[in-house]
Design a protein around this ligand. Structure first.
Ligand code: CO
Length: 327
C-alpha cells in the first residue's frame, strides 16, 4: 500500500462507565445527544466517527488513507488525579479503543494513554496495552507544572525507547483566562504555544541528552510554534547562557531527535517544517474527526509543489512506517 498513513486522529468511545462517582464531579461524561460534558459544562459535540470503524474506514477510503493512528482525546488523560484513578481510567479507555479498532486491525492502529503523573503505573499500563494490541502511546505535553523534561516523564520516555514504542505528544490543558476563552484562543494560540514549550523543555532541560537516541517521538500540529521561532531560541542559547538551560548542545543540534505532523493547513508552513527539520521528520496527520482537522486528509501535502517525489512519499507514508515499526 502506498496511500497515506495518518498519524494524528482521535477516538472517543460511545459510552463508558460512570466516572463521576469516584473520579470527581468534573470527570467527563457523555450526554444522550453525544455531547461530552465536564460537570454541567458542554465540552464537545461528537459524531459517530469518533467510535464507528465503518464510518472511519469510509472516510479513509474517500481521502486515500490506508492507515490511521487512533489516539485518545486528551480530555480523558486525568493527569491531575491520583495515579491510581488515572490508571483505572486509562485501563477502561485503552480497552474500549481496542474494541473500536478491532474491525480493521491493520488499518486502525490504536495508541494508548497512560497515567503519566505516576511513572511506574504509566510504564505498567504501557506494557499491558502494548501486549493487548496497542501500537504506541499518546501523552499530553505536560503534567501539571511538570514539563516533559521532568524526572518522571523522562523515566517513562526511557521505557518507551527501551521497548521500541512510538510516542505521540499532544498539547492539552492549555492555560485559561478571559482573554484565552475568546474565539477558541486556547486552541488557536494556546495549543501551538504548549507544543513549542514542550520541545523547548526537552532541549533546554537536557532531556534529549539523557534519553536514549532510539526514542521515536512525534509532536502534533507541526510542533506548534517551534520551527518558526527556532532562530530566536538558538540566539538565546548562545547569548544568554546564564538563563537558558542545561542542554549540552545548541538547540539546532537536537532537530533530528523528533518528528512533527503535517497539521498546519498552509503549504508555506509545511515548507518551513521541511526546510527546518528535513522531509524525513514530517508525517501526515489530520486531527480527524474534529472540526479543527484537515479534510480531505493530505490537502496540504497535495498543495506542496516544492516537494520531490521522494520527499512526498516520505511524508505521506514512509516516515510513519518507520515511526510505527522502527524499521
Ligand atoms: Co489532535
Amino acid at each position: 500500500m502506498t496511500g497515506l498513513i495518518d498519524i494524528h486522529t482521535h477516538y472517543v468511545p460511545d459510552g463508558w462507565p460512570d466516572l463521576t462517582g469516584w473520579a470527581g464531579p468534573d470527570a467527563p461524561w457523555l450526554r444522550d445527544d453525544k455531547v461530552i460534558m465536564t460537570g454541567a459544562r458542554e465540552f464537545r459535540a461528537l459524531t459517530a466517527h469518533c467510535w464507528d470503524a465503518a464510518l472511519r474506514l469510509a472516510d479513509m477510503d474517500a481521502d486515500g488513507v490506508d492507515v490511521q493512528v487512533v489516539s485518545p482525546t486528551p480530555a480523558f488523560f486525568h493527569y491531575g488525579r491520583s495515579g491510581a484513578e488515572a490508571a483505572e481510567i486509562a485501563r477502561i479507555f485503552n480497552d474500549l479503543a481496542l474494541e473500536i479498532t478491532a474491525p480493521a486491525p491493520d488499518r486502525l492502529l490504536p495508541f494508548c494513554q497512560v497515567p503519566l503523573q505516576d511513572p511506574d503505573a504509566a510504564c505498567r499500563e504501557l506494557e499491558r496495552s502494548v501486549a493487548a494490541g496497542h501500537r504506541g502511546v499518546e501523552i499530553g505535553n505536560h503534567v501539571g507544572d511538570d514539563d516533559l523534561d521532568s524526572e518522571g516523564v523522562v523515566t517513562f520516555l526511557q521505557h518507551c525507547a527501551a521497548l521500541g514504542v512510538p510516542v505521540f505528544v499532544h498539547p492539552w490543558d492549555m492555560p485559561s483566562s478571559p482573554r484565552a476563552e475568546r474565539w477558541m484562543a486556547r486552541w488557536l494560540t494556546g495549543m501551538p504555544a504548549e507544543t513549542h514549550l514542550s520541545l523547548i523543555s526537552l532541549i533546554l532541560g537536557g532531556a534529549f541528552d539523557r534519553i536514549d537516541e532510539r526514542l521515536r517521538i512525534c509532536f502534533a500540529h507541526g510542533g506548534g510554534s517551534f520551527a518558526f521561532w527556532l532562530g530566536r531560541l538558538e540566539n538565546a542559547w548562545h547569548r544568554r547562557p546564564d538563563v537558558i538551560g542545561t542542554s549540552e548542545q545548541p538547540p539546532s543540534h537536537y532537530l533530528s531527535r523528533f518528528s512533527v505532523d503535517s497539521v498546519v493547513f498552509d503549504e508555506r508552513a509545511l515548507r518551513l517544517l521541511v526546510d527546518t527539520l528535513g522531509a524525513d521528520h514530517v508525517m501526515t496527520g489530520s486531527d480527524y474527526p474534529y472540526p479543527l482537522g484537515e479534510r480531505p486528509v493530505g490537502s496540504v501535502l497535495a498543495k506542496a509543489g516544492f516537494l520531490t517525489p521522494d520527499q512526498r512519499a516520505a511524508i505521506s507514508h514512509g516516515n510513519a512506517r518507520r515511526f510505527l515499526t522502527g524499521t
